[in-house]
Design a binder for this molecule. Structure first.
Ligand code: 48N
Length: 332
C-alpha cells in the first residue's frame, strides 16, 4: 500500500534555536563539483592518458598523522564528550554541534564503524520506523521518509544513520574518534553529592584503542589515554559485549547501588520513558538512549528509533544546561 504521504524532500525544519549555519556537506561537495564537472566529463572515455598527480608515501603518512595527533592534542581538553556514536549519541552530537558551535565536542566510538544498532531496522530488515513526533528530527537533518500517519518510515535505516553521521562529521567543532573505547571515567570528589558515600563528579573519560581494550587479558599492561571534559554524555546502548559501559562503571565505583536492568518489550511505554528520563545521573554524567533502560529498568522498544533521536536531543539540552551552570559558577 503506498504511503499516505512522502516527506517534503530535503525541506529542513528550522531548529527552534538560532544555530550557526553549518555549511551543508552535500552543498559543499556540490560547490566543489561545479568546478570539476567539465574535467570529470572530459576524463570519461579518455583513460589511456590518465594519471594521478605524483606522491611520496611519507607525504600520505604525514597528512594523516599530523592531523590525527593535532586532534588528540586539541581535544585532550573538550567541553563535552559523548561516549557511543549510535543513533542516540549521533543525534546528541548533531544537536550540540548545531546549537553550540562554540563548544568543543568529542565523540568516542568503540567500533570502527559508528552507528551502533541503527544501520538496519528490526531483524536485519532495511526500513527504519520512527513514531511521531520524531519526524521533526528527520526533517531537521534532511532525511526523507514515508508518512504513515502516527509513524514514519525511512526506507533504509542506513539513510538515517549516514545522513546524521555525515552532518556531524562536517561540523567544525565536533571530532569523532572511532575504533576508540572509553575504558573508564575521570572523577573528582564531589562534596555536594550526598547519596552514596563520597560522591564523585565526572570530569572526563579514559580511552584506549578498542583493539587494545580487547586484549588486556593476553598482553602485559597497556595503559590508556585521557580526555578531560566537565560534561560527559553516555549513550553506549543496553547491556551487551560493549553496552551499558558507564552505568556499570558507576555501580562498580559505588556511585549507584545497582542496575534495575532493561525490561521486556513494550513499545508504547518504552519510548516515552527513555526520552522523558534522559538526565544527569551523577554530577557531570548524562545518560541517554538504551543505556538508560539499564539504570531505570525501562522496557525495551524493539525496532522503533524515535526515542533514540529525541533522547539524543534531550541529552544535548541537558549537557548544555550543566555546562553553562558550571561555567556560571566558575567551576570550568
Ligand atoms: O545503537 P547503540 O547500541 O545504542 P543507542 O542507545 O544509541 O541506540 C539503541 C538502539 O539501537 C536500540 O537498541 C534499538 C532502538 N532497539 C531497542 C531494543 O529494544 O532492542 O549504540 C551504542 C554505541 C555503539 O556504537 C557501541 O560501539 C558504542 O556505543 N560503545 C562504546 N563506545 C566507546 N566506548 C565504550 N565503552 C562503548 N560502549 C559502547
Amino acid at each position: 500500500m503506498a504511503p499516505s504521504a512522502i516527506s517534503p524532500a530535503q525541506q529542513h525544519a528550522q531548529l527552534a534555536f538560532a544555530p550557526k549555519k553549518v555549511k551543508d556537506a552535500a552543498a559543499e561537495v556540490e560547490d566543489r563539483a561545479a568546478g570539476l564537472t567539465k574535467p570529470l566529463a572530459e576524463m570519461m572515455g579518455n583513460w589511456d592518458d590518465f594519471s594521478f598527480a605524483p606522491i611520496r608515501e611519507s607525504t600520505v603518512s604525514r597528512a594523516m598523522t599530523r592531523r590525527y595527533f593535532a586532534d588528540l592534542d586539541k581535544y585532550a581538553e573538550s567541553d563535552i564528550v559523548i561516549i557511543g556514536a549510535g543513533s542516540c549519541g549521533l543525534s546528541a552530537a548533531y544537536t550540540l554541534g548545531k546549537l553550540r558551535p562554540d563548544l568543543r565536542i568529542t565523540v568516542i566510538e568503540a567500533g570502527v564503524s559508528p552507528g551502533g544498532g541503527a544501520w538496519l531496522g528490526g531483524q536485519l530488515f532495511s526500513a527504519m520506523v520512527m513514531r511521531k513526533p520524531a519526524d521533526v528530527f528527520l526533517r531537521e537533518v534532511g532525511v526523507p521518509y514515508e508518512d504513515e500517519g502516527d509513524y514514519v518510515v525511512v526506507k533504509h535505516a542506513a539513510l538515517f544513520t549516514s545522513t546524521v553521521l555525515s552532518k556531524v562529521l562536517a561540523m567544525d567543532n565536533v571530532k569523532l574518534f572511532n575504533a576508540t573505547t572509553v575504558e573508564d571515567l575521570i572523577t573528582r570528589p564531589d562534596p555536594d553529592s550526598e547519596d552514596i558515600g563520597p560522591g564523585v563528579r565526572i570530569a572526563g573519560v579514559v580511552t584506549n584503542w578498542t583493539l587494545v581494550s580487547m586484549h588486556h587479558d593476553d598482553q602485559s599492561c597497556m595503559d590508556p589515554n585521557t580526555i578531560n571534559a566537565p560534561v560527559v554524555i553516555s549513550t553506549t546502548g543496553h547491556d551487551g559485549p560493549f553496552g551499558a559501559f558507564s552505568v556499570k562503571r558507576l555501580v562498580s565505583m559505588k556511585q549507584l547501588e545497582q542496575l534495575e536492568g532493561m525490561r521486556g518489550l513494550d513499545m508504547q511505554r518504552a519510548e516515552d520513558a527513555i526520552v522523558k528520563n534522559t538526565r544527569e545521573i551523577v554530577p557531570g554524567l548524562i545518560v541517554g538512549g538504551m543505556e538508560l533502560s539499564e539504570i531505570d529498568g525501562a522496557n525495551r522498544m524493539g525496532p522503533t528509533f524515535g526515542a533514540m533521536a529525541l533522547s539524543g536531543v534531550k541529552a544535548a539540552e541537558e549537557a548544555i544546561r550543566v555546562f553553562d551552570l558550571r561555567k556560571k559558577q566558575n567551576e570550568i
